[in-house]
Design a protein around this ligand. Structure first.
Ligand code: GLU
Length: 445
């Protein structure tokens, strides 16, 4: 690591050693910046690294809500407005029991570079709450969303900060949140993305993260003169992102053999079909957070309790669930089974040990901030449609998404060249970082 980066990282470690996830994401980016910092002394002169790891604003608030027994519950709500130098803060809201400030800081930090990679005008932000939607009734989730927006509405706006969904926040929750915003602010505008089509949502937005990931994967394969048809793919998760990735992969003739949940994974040696992919939506709608019923419904598949899908022999692995879901042991198992490509779709889905293992063993690995950027990119297309009081057809949105993913892949290749090939981690970090850093220098303090 460059001296300047090492110094700033060490100071941050001393300041908040408990922010493990945040430190992990900072270390990964800083480790990629040697050449950039050597050739751009103005970054150190402008204290860019210190400023880059300090959120511009953190809003923390109380979210009181009433459960179905009439009992009052309290959760903590957050919005981390990380970096606004490229545009309004942009990034999702996560409702999940694992949410802490460290998790939201890592997500906001990653989001800043991801949004930069899209080349669209978006700053980086992230928010959410430690609220656990699992097993909660629709009324309880509605009440929670309204209480959350009661505080958040004064901090957001189409030119200020535009939240969207993430884990635990889908189209339904965005509807509840938007309704409350509209009532409180007396404005109907593009303040949130991921809205339902018909009242401001964009076609292809639900599919965009997964579709974009597969478009990116196609470029990774093309560089090695390979194609996706016929490849065996392991996917983890069964939410919106896993669904979109499985849908596009199956459309393109790949064999998707796994999905997973907190209860274990499904091994489907026959490969998923469009019907099986659609069943993922029913699984999610059940609110039980389990995948086991898939094996009861589709003969030929089996449920493996309490394990992760990385022990299954595949050509391509695509983590689509949560941070650090793929560790060093999982990576070693994939490598032992001759995995060739890992396209990370979850944000920071792989631990540093896993990434080191892939790079060392010659597995082509691409990081989440590049692979999953299609989601937020399409959110920006939704913002454009809202600002222009119009809506585009699916083909227009999909074509733009394809172009954006191609651009991100090219940026990774151009910035990730190494003596012995290509490093997507370095490429994504450098390309994402430079655009933000240059904007910060240009805008002064
Ligand atoms: N939560 C998604 C992400 O991690 C989408 C954010 C957005 O659309 O603003 O990028």
């Amino acid at each position: 690591m460059h001296d300047y980066a090492a110094r700033v990282f060490e100071e941050q470690q001393k300041k908040a050693p408990w922010e493990k996830e945040f430190l992990q994401s900072v270390e990964e980016v800083f480790a990629s910046l040697d050449d950039v910092l050597n050739t751009h002394p103005e970054y150190e002169e402008n204290c860019i690294l210190e400023r880059m790891i300090t959120p511009e604003r953190i809003i923390t608030f109380q979210v009181p809500w009433v459960d179905d027994n009439g009992k009052i519950n309290v959760n903590t709500g957050y919005r981390v407005q990380f970096n606004g130098s490229l545009g309004p803060y942009k990034g999702g809201l996560r409702f999940h029991p694992t949410v802490t400030l460290s998790v939201l800081k890592f997500l906001g930090f990653e989001q800043t570079f991801k949004n930069s990679l899209t080349m669209l005008p978006m700053g980086g932000g992230k928010g959410g709450s430690d609220f656990n939607p699992k097993g909660r009734s629709v009324r309880e989730v509605t009440d929670f969303c309204k209480a959350f927006m009661r505080e958040l509405f004064r901090h957001i706006g189409p030119d200020t900060d535009v939240p969207a969904g993430d884990l635990g926040v889908g189209g339904r929750e965005i509807g509840f949140l938007f309704g409350e915003y509209r009532r409180l602010a007396n404005r109907f505008n593009g303040v949130l993305t991921g809205k339902t089509v018909g009242w401001g949502g964009s076609l292809i937005r639900p599919e965009a993260t997964g579709f974009g990931a597969i478009y990116f994967l196609q470029h990774m394969l093309a560089l090695k003169n390979e194609e996706i048809a016929g490849k065996r793919i392991a996917i983890s998760g069964f939410g919106n992102v896993a669904w979109g990735a499985a849908l596009k992969a199956v459309q393109l003739g790949a064999k998707v053999v796994t999905i997973s949940g907190p209860d274990g994974y499904i091994l489907d040696e026959d490969g998923m079909t469009p019907e099986k992919v659609e069943y993922m939506l029913d699984l999610r709608a059940s609110g039980k957070d389990i995948v086991a019923p898939y094996a009861e419904k589709f003969a030929g598949s089996k449920f493996v309790a309490g394990r992760k899908p990385w022990e299954v022999p595949v050509d391509i692995a695509m983590p689509c669930a949560i941070q650090n879901e793929l560790n060093g042991n999982d990576a070693a198992a994939l490598v032992a089974n001759n995995v060739k490509y890992v396209a990370e779709v979850s944000n920071m889905g792989s631990t540093p040990e896993a990434i080191a293992c892939f790079l060392e063993k010659g597995v082509t690995f691409a990081p989440g901030k590049a692979v999953n950027a299609g989601g937020v990119a399409t959110s920006c297309l939704e913002m454009s449609q809202n600002a222009g009081h119009t809506s585009w057809d699916a083909e227009t949105v999909d074509n733009q998404l394809r172009k954006i993913m191609a651009g991100i892949h090219t940026a990774c290749v151009e910035n990730g060249k190494t003596a012995d090939g290509l490093n997507y981690v370095t490429g994504a970090n450098i390309a994402g970082f430079k655009r933000v850093a240059d904007a910060m220098v240009a805008q002064s303090v």
